[in-house]
Design a protein around this ligand. Structure first.
Ligand code: C2O
Ligand code: CU
Length: 465
């Protein structure tokens, strides 16, 4: 479903015309003190306050949930209180975390039942832009709004809070009244195609918010793609922005992206260095026409110097490609796939069973968690995972508990060079090799972050002993 501004909306409605300047997201510190996150039902306007409100599920009564800020290397303590009607858990996306705190219901913890709570207690080892989200029935829980930004600060932050903007981006499917379309959650058509795609974008839960910037000053924009399945297409050069970091990891220096557009897959983050000169809009380019979804007014003149701003790198272990354990991950299934057999819970699915189980994608022939891990490595072992996308669709692959380098790309056009990331896109018929040191003991997921694809089979796990 392409994004098209007025596809769904009654002609009398116009969006966001009166919106005031949006204040920065209020940040909360979760180090030292115990921080509370309460998951509960919430009603929120996604389109416009003259349209219908949406039935969301949120942390602390707003989507996105509170921005949690911690300092690199510090202890984070968060109590999750579940006031939803179904079990839930919180995953700290991109944090190289202790396994028991990873928040994967059914693998690293039991889902927290309604009325119960769970205390997360971990260290955040890397600075950068991360996020947290529900990790039980994620296609439903994240799709309804259970997520928020998690910012890990450096010892000395390069940008003060006025020049540090978190922009949590989401893609929603709204109905004719402007409210979240609920009946289509779980649609097998979405699951077997490109996932749940929407027709409306928000920034920090608002329609086309306006931000005020000062000309010439240096700003850090932290973009987080919280969409279930939409690969956002953005061209930072349209407003003169350079890339500071991907998935939390600083580039050696800020650079202009040598190609356009930037593809920001579900769960991926990019930090931009913006020195605004004139008013501009943030536009999304994947639809049949560009969709402006945030508005920046630029005034005054610079008080900052024109010095380059660089971020301090995180320290990650370099994989040894020669001594690596080589693992193959063959991705199959989905609409317009090759019809390769899919095994689910020990049984090869046939005919009707695809519909009744909802399992239509497979890794190495198996849908969802196989009993055996994809691989089992001794702590410290370098691993290369060769991901072969034998499907007709792009996927956003996420490794839990580790960050990896993209070391090789072939067969398709997505290519961002050698980078540290926690989530990578792999195009249709593309093969991508990633490498990392398996140094974090425990059982870890490796899955597609298009949440419908994950639910429909694109889930596996590995073990570090
Ligand atoms: Cu962002 Cu398995 O998750
Ligand atoms: Cu996928």
């Amino acid at each position: 479903m392409p994004i098209h501004r007025r596809v769904f909306i009654a002609s009398s409605l116009t969006a966001g015309a009166s919106a005031a300047f949006l204040p920065l997201i209020q940040a909360s510190r979760a180090e030292d003190d115990l921080f509370e996150l309460t998951a509960a039902n919430n009603r929120q306007y996604l389109f416009d306050e003259n349209a219908a409100a949406s039935d969301l599920w949120s942390y602390n009564a707003e989507t996105p949930g509170p921005e949690i800020r911690v300092r690199r290397g510090h202890k984070v303590r968060v109590r999750l209180i579940n006031q939803l009607e179904e079990p839930t858990s919180v995953h700290w996306h991109g944090i190289r975390i202790a396994n028991a705190m990873d928040g994967v219901a059914g693998l690293t913890q039991e889902a927290v039942k309604p009325g119960e709570s769970f205390e997360y207690d971990f260290i955040a080892p890397d600075a950068g832009t991360y996020w947290y989200h529900a990790h039980n029935r994620s296609w439903n829980q994240v799709g309804r709004g259970l997520y928020g930004p998690l910012i890990v600060e450096e010892e000395v932050e390069a940008f003060d809070r006025e020049h540090d903007l978190t922009l949590v981006l989401d893609d929603w499917r709204l109905d004719q009244t402007g409210a979240l379309h609920l009946a289509s959650f779980g649609s097998l058509t979405d699951w077997s195609h490109g996932g749940r795609l929407g027709n409306w974008l928000t920034v920090n839960g608002k329609s086309n918010p306006k931000f005020q910037l000062t000309a010439g000053e240096a700003y850090r924009f932290r973009l987080i793609n919280a969409a279930n399945s939409r690969v956002l297409e953005i061209d930072p050069s349209r407003f003169g922005a350079k890339i500071l970091a991907f998935d939390g990891h600083a580039l050696p220096e800020p650079v202009f992206l040598p190609y356009a557009p930037l593809l920001l897959g579900p769960a991926q983050r990019v930090d931009l260095l913006v020195r605004p000169e004139n008013d501009f809009e943030l536009e999304e380019l994947s639809g049949d026409q560009s969709f402006a979804f945030a508005n920046f007014t630029v005034s005054g003149s610079a008080r900052a110097s024109q010095n380059e701003v660089a971020l301090a790198p995180n320290q990650l272990p370099e994989p040894d490609l020669h001594a690596a354990l080589n693992v193959k991950l063959d991705m199959t299934g989905g609409a317009m796939g090759g019809g390769q057999p899919i095994t689910y819970q020990g049984k090869v699915l046939t005919g009707e069973e695809f519909r009744t189980t909802g399992q239509v994608w497979a890794f190495n022939g198996t849908a969802n968690l196989a009993t055996e891990p994809l691989f089992s490595a001794k702590a410290g072992q370098s691993v290369v995972v060769e991901t072969i996308n034998n499907t007709a669709w792009v996927h956003a692959m996420h490794v839990h508990g580790h960050h990896f380098q993209i070391v090789e790309r072939s067969g398709s056009t997505i290519d961002e060079g050698t980078l540290w990331r926690d989530t990578f896109l792999v195009g249709p018929q593309q093969t991508t090799k990633i490498a990392f040191v398996a140094d974090n003991p425990g059982k870890w997921l490796l899955h597609c972050h298009m949440l419908e694809h994950a639910a429909a089979g694109m889930n596996t796990w590995f073990e570090v002993r």
